[in-house]
Design a protein. Structure first.
Length: 395
């Protein structure tokens, strides 16, 4: 038999072992429960992150919703509707993450690419007709979805004069769809903006071949021909655009007017330019400038001056022709002012300007200044200035 003290010790030991076992079991199940809770929380936040999107606001005012899938020091790659679209950092105003989970549903086109329907007043005959379905702008682009998204994005960049970004949008699809007319038209427009006219001709020729006789890209081809110095080809193409009944656009008549000016058909040039001005209602600075040239060549110097002044108010860069027009109407003070101002132009023909300044001061009976400018022009090889200087010395 066990003594009383030893029995008590054994009972105490068994009790402690039992307590430890229970504590271990509790700890195990407690840890397991905590792990399940943590895993649930992690999966919740992971799922939220997957469904979460970013809102990218561009400096141009466009808002893009998508998921950022890659970043460099200069470019942010955004996945929009399954297509990765690159944006330059210097065109991004802000990037903001959504605070709410996005519901699992079919994504809609962003507001930036939706076209609002034109609201018309109903006539009595129309009654309560159902409104026409809203047109999807992607329907105007031929090709698969990835190509449509790339071309649409490139057009948006082109409109904002972000030419590198426009080309970058098309890099991923250009090799797969080299003959797509819409893609080639965007590339052609970039070439025109960057004054790469021969490449622009190649792009627009592909565009019109791919789109057919009713292609809207003939106008771009005409402008590319003009820039490349192919004036006759440009005139034929743009006259066909006018005759085709396509929607009238001011730039078609602007380029036809410039072609006529080049051919010294000044009345015809003025007619084309006036047509362009009527289409725009508020004529652009460029149309006003070339209308001024047509009037100048028709010896209508006062009308030319008025048009050039309006063009300058709209931001058209100054040209030395204004000084010549003031000289023609006998306003020597204004003529001298504008001619001297034109000396600062990067492409100024200084020998010609000095010679005209000599004429201005000679007409204003300031023979000292006239001789000074004739001498400067003569030193640059201007023969007319040299003859004028000799004539002054003989007097």
């Amino acid at each position: 038999m066990l003594s009383g003290s030893s029995g008590k010790k054994r009972l105490s030991m068994r009790y402690r072992i039992s307590i430890r076992r229970e504590l271990c079991i509790d700890s195990f199940f407690g840890a397991l429960a905590r792990g399940v809770v943590l895993a649930s929380v992690f999966l919740f936040f992971y799922a939220a992150a997957v469904c979460r999107a970013e809102t990218i606001k561009l400096k141009s005012g466009t808002v893009v919703r998508g998921r950022i899938v890659g970043e460099t020091s200069q470019i942010v790659q955004v996945q929009v509707y399954g297509v990765q679209v690159p944006y330059f950092r210097n065109e991004i105003l802000s990037i903001q993450k959504d605070d709410e989970e996005q519901p699992a549903r079919q994504e809609e086109l962003p507001a930036a690419v939706k076209i609002l329907p034109v609201v018309k007043e109903k006539s009595p005959a129309e009654g309560d007709k159902k409104p026409a379905a809203q047109k999807n702008p992607l329907d105007d682009i031929k090709g698969p979805y990835e190509l449509k998204i790339a071309v649409r994005s490139a057009r948006r960049h082109l409109k904002n004069k972000e030419f590198k970004a426009a080309v970058l949008d098309l890099e991923t699809v250009r090799l797969k769809y080299p003959d797509n007319p819409d893609l080639n038209a965007v590339l052609g427009s970039v070439c025109l903006a960057e004054k790469r006219y021969d490449q622009g001709v190649q792009c627009f020729e592909k565009a019109v071949v791919g789109a057919g006789a009713e292609s809207p890209y003939w106008r771009g081809l005409g402008k590319a021909y003009f820039g490349a110095g192919r004036t006759d080809d440009a005139e034929k193409v743009l006259q066909k655009v006018v005759a085709s009944g396509q929607t009238k656009k001011a730039d078609t008549y602007l380029f036809l007017g410039r072609i006529s000016l080049k051919k010294k058909q000044y009345e015809q040039a003025l007619g084309y330019l006036k047509e362009g001005a009527e289409i725009e209602k508020a004529p652009s600075a460029e149309i006003l400038h070339y209308m001024g040239w047509a009037q100048y060549c028709l010896n209508n110097y006062k009308e030319a001056i008025v048009l050039w002044e309006k063009a300058m108010e709209k931001g058209y860069p100054f040209t030395g022709a204004w000084g010549r027009a003031y000289l023609k109407i006998g306003n020597y003070k204004k003529a001298a002012e504008y001619l001297e101002k034109s000396l600062g132009s990067p492409n100024a023909d200084k020998s010609e300007i000095y010679e005209r300044l000599g004429q201005v001061y000679l007409s204003g009976n300031d023979k000292t200044k006239a001789a000074e400018y004739f001498r400067k022009a003569s030193e640059l090889g201007n023969m007319e200035a040299e003859d004028a200087l000799k004539a002054m010395q003989r007097q």
